[in-house]
Design a protein around this ligand. Structure first.
Ligand code: F6P
Length: 357
């Protein structure tokens, strides 16, 4: 038995741990794993792949990035623009399928976010045996309580806030940290709460710059002379649009730029010296936390189990401390967004964090 593995979409700490889990579990079954290079692109002629075994993948669960490479704006982009579904052209699907068959690949594990899994669903609907593994630092897939990569990204936000805190308090400044997350505010919410931000602005709660300035005044009245603000790239003031940094690349739109805007407007309204930092791809790079290594490994092992059980068209999922599975269709149907009335937001408000609303 030979199985295929590919990574799609943006890279994410923990991807190599999935590869490690797949290769080890498959090897114990007596199966061979081949890893396609640069995501679905590796399926096209001439097929680009590496044979993976426990020796060639030794120790990779500790490494950031992906040893297989990935593509997030390619010919197989399953999502375009502002999250619209794209049908992959039939010629591409046929070519990929022909190559998979000529390589004797009997099942394909696709590790990725919303876009990669939307493409995986199309392969599955065409009758190819596919298993999905959810990956995203944004934690925005609804059929799994958590994705690997999110914990590492959140830790990077916390580290950045720890550093910003010392310079903000030395200069009595307002420091704004723009973080990733696309349409979901999870990274901002968890990172902000863990890193001691006083104000967290997320896409799910439209904010007002006036309210933010008032919150800064209140904090100062309590004796806090500096303020840390975390703003998600997808956040926007009520009645205004999200800021799109780039919509030209043929995949999903790229958000970014709200941090700079916030620094200017909050600075003017509050009369305080304000600076902004965009954390960007630092959130995706570097070594995975132990949690992400372990979750990634568990996901890889589970993907192999699903192949053994012939549960094709399913995605590995983490629920109630257990790794199980759901249908890929169910997984890509709906984004997992922060509930503005949920426990996490309630907790943040209870410790005095303002959402600028
Ligand atoms: O989905 C992961 C993510 O890192 C988002 O948080 C971010 O908006 C986007 O990918 C950035 O993509 P790119 O790698 O194209 O800059």
């Amino acid at each position: 038995m030979r199985i295929g593995l590919l990574n799609g979409g943006g890279d994410c700490p923990g991807l190599n741990a999935v590869t490690y889990g797949v290769v080890e579990a498959a090897d114990k079954m007596g199966w061979e794993t081949i890893g396609f290079v640069d995501g679905y692109e590796g399926l096209l002629s001439p097929a680009n792949y590496k044979v993976l075994d426990p020796i060639s993948t030794l120790g990779i669960q500790k490494l950031g990035g992906t040893i297989l490479g990935t593509t997030n704006r390619g010919r197989f982009s399953g999502k375009v623009g502002d999250g619209g579904v794209r049908k992959i052209p039939k010629e591409l699907m046929d070519e990929a399928r022909r190559n998979l068959e000529s390589l004797n690949v009997e099942a394909l594990i696709c590790v990725g976010g919303d876009g990669t899994l939307t493409t995986a669903l199309q392969f599955s609907e065409e009758g190819f045996p596919v298993i999905g593994v959810p990956k995203t630092i944004d934690n925005d897939l609804s059929a799994t309580a958590m994705t690997f990569g999110f914990d590492s990204a959140t830790q990077t936000v916390v580290d950045a806030l720890d550093r910003l805190h010392t310079t903000a308090s030395s200069h009595k400044r307002v420091m704004i940290l723009e973080v990733m997350g696309r349409h979901a505010g999870w990274i901002a919410l968890y990172g902000g709460l863990g890193g001691g931000a006083e104000i967290i602005l997320i896409p799910e709660i439209p904010f007002s710059y006036q309210r933010v300035a008032e919150a800064i005044d209140r904090l100062e009245a309590q004796g806090k002379t500096s303020t840390l603000v975390v703003i998600a790239e997808g956040a926007a003031p009520a009645g205004e649009e999200q800021i799109v940094e780039d919509d030209s690349a043929g995949g999903e739109i790229r958000l970014g730029g709200i941090g700079e805007q916030a620094a200017e407007r909050i600075g003017k309204l509050s009369g305080r010296e304000t600076r902004s930092v965009t954390l960007g791809h630092l959130q995706r790079g570097g070594t995975p936390t132990s949690w992400d290594r372990i979750l990634g490994t568990r996901f890889g092992v589970q993907a192999v189990k699903l192949i053994e059980q012939q549960k094709f068209g399913r995605m590995v999922s983490y629920q109630h401390y257990k790794v199980g599975d759901v249908s890929i269709r169910e997984a890509v149907e709906k984004l997992n967004l922060v509930d503005p009335k949920g426990q996490m937001v309630e907790t943040a408000r209870a410790v005095g964090i303002s959402f600028g609303d």
